[in-house]
Design a protein around this ligand. Structure first.
Ligand SMILES: C[S@@+](CC[C@H](N)C(=O)[O-])C[C@H]1O[C@@H](n2cnc3c(N)ncnc32)[C@H](O)[C@@H]1O
Length: 295
């Protein structure tokens, strides 16, 4: 575990840190993800939209949304496949699935359904013409098993298109606020590195390509999608709170009293100073767009 500590003290290497836990972790995160999803959508979809465009879902198709979370992308996929098509959003968290069902109902979208299932070994109810995932496939504890299950769920030639995070060092938008807040909250923090389940597990394109190829995928391509996390001056306080609520420190932040939360926000604002520009802050980030076809 990484615990907030005085500046200058050494942090343990990422490889010493524990894994993110599956269902329970995401059930606890679901309320904040759901509440913040509209505000986060512009940022998430900066990386997710090029992936959906690469998948290019067609009217009438049946599409799987992997790790669908509170359902934003499943609703968009359902619009793209039209009334003759169908989208199935799957998520390990029942709380996320419930939020996704509410979102689809509010949107009046009826050609989408949601199921609570661990994509690594659950029955995905194939066949699908395509599979989409926005930041959902990096949390598998056994990615080889997960990718083989996805490959089996696709019709031959059906494509998987997914967004995953590039390396931690490419994503100061995540680690700068998180480390600053961990110190202020004196919080335990887990930021697992490459190869460990967590945001950066699939950050190495060579490793990712090998995993997909071994699982039976062909024509694998991995491309960087750079884009900054913009924070605007007018809404900075709320945006920083949003980052903390849905990030790795979500539990610690939610459990802190008002003063500690204020201190965490102030620490983040201080740490973001090098990224200031006339309109606010622009903190670099890089995702990877991976596209592969079931062999
Ligand atoms: C970072 S969130 C992304 C949510 C959503 N795709 C979005 O972009 O808003 C990751 C999601 O993956 C889900 N997830 C993690 N491991 C999973 C697994 N093994 N099977 C299915 N879903 C999983 C989590 O519950 C969570 O909803």
């Amino acid at each position: 575990m990484l615990r907030g500590r005085a500046m200058g003290e050494r942090y343990p290497a990422a490889m010493d840190l524990p894994e993110i836990d599956g269902r329970e972790f995401w059930d606890r995160r679901a309320e904040a993800w759901d509440r913040r999803s509209d505000a986060l959508e512009g940022f998430s979809d900066m990386y997710g939209a090029p992936v959906m465009d690469a998948l290019d879902p067609q009217p009438g198709q049946r599409i799987l949304d992997i790790g669908c979370g509170p359902g934003t992308t499943a609703v968009e996929l359902a619009r793209r496949v039209g009334p003759g098509g169908q989208v199935v959003g799957v998520d390990i968290s029942g709380e996320m699935v419930a939020a996704a069902e509410r979102r689809a109902e509010r949107a009046g979208v009826t050609n989408v359904s949601f199921r609570m299932v661990d994509v690594q070994d659950g029955d995905l109810e194939p066949p699908f013409d395509g599979a989409y995932s926005r930041f959902g496939i990096m949390f598998f504890t056994d990615p080889a098993r997960g990718f083989a299950n996805i490959a089996r769920a696709l019709r031959p030639g059906g494509r998987l298109a997914a967004a995953v995070w590039s390396r931690l060092e490419d994503n100061p938008w995540m680690f700068v606020p998180t480390l600053a807040a961990a110190i202020a909250l004196d919080a335990e923090l887990s930021l697992p590195g490459p190869g460990q389940p967590g945001p950066f597990s699939l950050a190495d394109p060579t490793h990712l390509t090998a995993l997909l190829t071994d699982a039976g995928f062909v024509d694998v391509s991995v491309e960087p999608v750079p884009g900054p996390r913009r924070i605007t001056t007018a809404s900075a306080d709320d945006e920083v709170r949003s980052l903390l609520e849905v990030g790795p420190l979500g539990d610690a932040y939610a459990g802190a009293n008002d003063a500690a939360q204020e201190a965490a926000v102030a620490a983040v604002m201080g740490a973001l100073e090098p990224y200031a520009d006339p309109e606010g802050w622009s903190v670099p980030g890089v995702a990877l767009r991976v596209v592969a076809a079931a062999g």
